[in-house]
Every structure is written in C-alpha cells, then in structure tokens.
Design a protein around this ligand. Structure first.
Ligand SMILES: *Cc1c(COP(=O)(O)O)cnc(C)c1O
Length: 422
C-alpha cells in the first residue's frame, strides 16, 4: 500500500488527491519506465517547480513587463535564459513556451502565414503531430507536406527530402521527431533548407539532453531555430524552450508573447533554470553517454533474442521494436508489459500494416532507467523481461507477467529513483 506521504498539507486538505499522488509515487518507484519521452527530475527541480513563484504574473520579458513586483522573477528568467544559451551555445533563448506543442506553434506564428506550405516528417514515420500532420492545427491551418524514411533501411532519404522541398518550396522545414532511433543529420537538412529558402527548425524535444551532454551532434550551428521540451532527456520540468540565431530573436519572442501566450509559468521557468544548471555539470555528460550506451546494449540484447528493430538498432536513447512478425499487436504487448511492471507505449512503425490506434510497434528508451543508475550490465535482464512478457502476451500467460513484475520490482528497489520518497 501507499508509502508514508511526504505532502502533509495536501494530505490534510485533500486526502483523496494526496492518495493518488502517493500511489503514483509508488508506481514510479516500483516499475521499469521505458517510455523514451519520460524521465525522473531531481528533488531540486521538483522543489523549484512547487514554489511561490507559482503566485506571480509576469507578462512580458525581463526588464519589459506589464506587471510590477518583478524584483525576483526577472533574475529567475534571466538566469534560465543565460544558462540555456551557455549550455547549447545559441545566440538567443526563450524559456516561456508552456510545452513543446505551443513552442512549435510559436514557430509557425513567427515564420509563416496561414495556408503556407510547411514540411516535416510524417507522424507514422516518427515525426510529431505539430510538424504539419493533418489532425493537428498545424496541418489544418497550414499546408503540410511530409517526408518519411526508406522502407529498406528505416533511414531518412535525403534525396526524397530535397526533391520534395524543391517541388513544394515550404516556408518552414522541421527536422526531428518522436520515434527516430538514429542520429539526425542537421547539416544535410541545412543544405536543403538553404537551397530552397526555407526556415529550418530542429525539434530536439527527445534528444535535448543528449545534445547538452555531447552524446548527439548539436543542431545549433546548422539551423535557424531550435525547439525543445525540457522534460524528456533534458530531465527538467514539463516545459519548453525556443533557441534561435540573433536575426530571429525578435520574431521568436514576439510570437511566444504576445503572439500566442499570456503570463509565463514562473515556477516552471525556475525549475528549467535548475535543470539547466544540472545539465551543465560534468556528471550530466556521463549521464547522456550512459543513456546511449544503455540503449545500444538493450538493442543488442533484443536483437540477440530475435527481435526486429526499426533501422536495425539505435544511435540514441530510443528503440522501436517492430512486432509485425511476432503475431502480437503493439497495444496487446504494451498492456501486457504494463502488467509486468514495464511501462512502454505502443507506436506505429514505418509502413505499418496496422492502424494508428492498433499499430505494430512498441517504443522504448533508456532515459529513466539510466537516471536510476542502471548500467549496460542490466540490459540483458531488461531484454529478457521484455521478451518473456511479449511472449506471455501472445499466450495470455498472466503468471509469467506477475513473475516478471516481481523481478522488476526487486531491481527497482535496489536503484531508487531521483526525486521520489524512499
Ligand atoms: C514531445 C514532443 C513535442 C511536444 O511536446 P509536448 O510538451 O508534449 O507538447 C514536440 N515535438 C517533438 C519532436 C516531441 O517529441
């Protein structure tokens, strides 16, 4: 049952809600969290995001606000901006976007008019909704044209991207995505953007922590704008940032406020500042490289067990398992893994023969387990659990799922997660 609750005021005021928070703490402590867009923030980041900065309105930017009483808020935001610029080597940073999707909307507002053509990777190929996909506002207010990956290699075909860009002349090209297991060649995208006169945006929401830690090449020298969330591999609070070349600084700021948003979430800005300080420490470089080493080791162990991985493996934190040949749909596998204490998400694979709500893949990643101190030595066991649970899913073998869950909980107990009560 629930751990002793470390939230006395909440427990007194609203025991029902406090119990749910306690249950979530227990769930996050006991399970092996493999969702590649999730992580565990530090206790310091968690504290910063729960402060009285919550109480303050600050429309505008440091030194140019529409409300008084910014004596402490201005330096908080300036600190976050300075740390972002220093960590990523960018000319300009805006730390106010509420999350990754609004950050991308601000990019459209800054550089395109409704109806303009924009280009990004198709969602089922590994892109993001906000890169011009049809069901997103970005695909209905703009004319989205989409590139994919090659069927034979699972890799981006730059001849296809170039041909499409020359034919369609998009105002904006997005690179980056949500299910890309391989290094993004920002220089190749930059050449195409230059040739076609497009604004190039690198959406590094997933890999920002790897970029910060030197475990993935940086887009900053190659692109006009960098968009990122702060809560994935970067290990900060739920939020986002836009970074840009100096020439685009004004356009980006104007688009975020007053173009799209009102008051910034100052408690989040503070937590972003803390996360950026943590990400600048030498230990974060070790973390970023360990995330990639763990993903490679996990991919190798899965391949050894005969699993089919999109693109044949991984260069980063993420692995896309293609279950097409296994006779277990992604959703069935994901739900069985969840019962086994292994939290993943079902996902389309490129050229998926099944429907998006019932696709053929599961997407996994190593940011969270690495934050708990798991190493490459643990990855064969993780692969074995996944393998057993997927096989049990096919046969409806609940006993095996329960046995795996107990083994997982044992390893997790030996590796407490940052920020959680022990
Ligand atoms: C996660 C993600 C986003 C969106 O972030 P939210 O905070 O969920 O709105 C945007 N782009 C990419 C590539 C992402 O992975």
């Amino acid at each position: 049952m629930a751990l002793p609750l470390p939230h006395p005021a909440l427990t007194a005021a609203d025991p029902e809600l406090a119990a749910l928070v306690g249950a979530e703490e227990l769930l996050q402590a006991e399970t092996l969290r493999l969702i590649p867009s999730e992580n565990y923030v530090s206790a310091a980041v968690l504290e910063a995001s729960g402060t009285v900065l919550q109480n303050k309105y600050s429309e505008g930017y440091p030194g140019r606000r529409y409300y008084e009483g910014q004596q402490n808020i201005d330096p908080v935001e300036s600190l976050a901006v300075a740390r972002a610029k220093a960590l990523f080597g960018s000319d300009h940073a805006n730390v106010q976007p509420y999350s990754g999707s609004p950050a991308n909307l601000a990019v459209y507002l800054a550089f395109a008019e409704p109806g303009d053509t924009v280009m990004g990777m198709a969602l089922p190929m590994g892109g993001h909704l906000t890169h011009g996909w049809g069901v997103s506002a970005t695909g209905s207010w703009f004319r989205g044209v989409q590139y994919g990956v090659r069927r034979d290699t699972g890799l981006i075909d730059f001849d296809e991207v170039r041909d499409l860009a020359l034919k369609e002349r998009p105002r904006i090209i997005f690179c980056g995505g949500t299910a890309l297991p391989r290094t993004i060649d920002f220089a190749a995208f930059a050449e195409i953007a230059r040739e076609t006169g497009a604004v190039l945006v690198a959406d590094i929401a997933h890999i920002a922590g790897l970029v910060a830690g030197g475990a993935h090449p940086s887009p900053v020298p190659h692109v006009d704008v960098v968009s990122t969330t702060t809560h994935k591999t970067l290990r900060g609070p739920r939020g986002a940032m836009l970074m840009a070349r100096e020439e685009h600084a004004k356009a980006v700021d104007k688009a975020v406020f007053p173009g799209l948003q009102g008051g910034p979430h100052n408690q989040t800005t503070a937590a972003i500042a803390v996360a950026l300080k943590e990400a600048a420490a030498p230990s974060f470089r070790d973390y970023a490289h360990a995330v990639v080493a763990n993903a490679r080791a996990l991919a190798d162990a899965l391949l050894e067990r005969g699993h089919d991985l999109v693109s044949g493996g991984t260069d980063n934190h993420l692995i896309l398992i293609d279950l097409t040949a296994r006779d277990v749909p992604g959703k069935v596998a994901a739900k069985a893994l969840d019962r086994a204490g292994i939290v993943v998400n079902y996902n389309t694979v490129p050229y998926d023969p099944r429907k998006p709500f019932d696709p053929s893949g599961i997407r996994i990643g190593t940011p969270s387990l690495t934050s708990r101190g798991l190493t490459t030595e643990h990855m064969p066991a993780v692969a074995e659990w996944i393998d057993r649970a997927v096989a049990a899913a096919a046969g409806g073998d609940e006993d095996t799922l329960a046995a795996v869950r107990a083994e997982v909980a044992g390893l997790m107990a030996a590796h407490p997660a940052p920020g959680l009560p022990v």
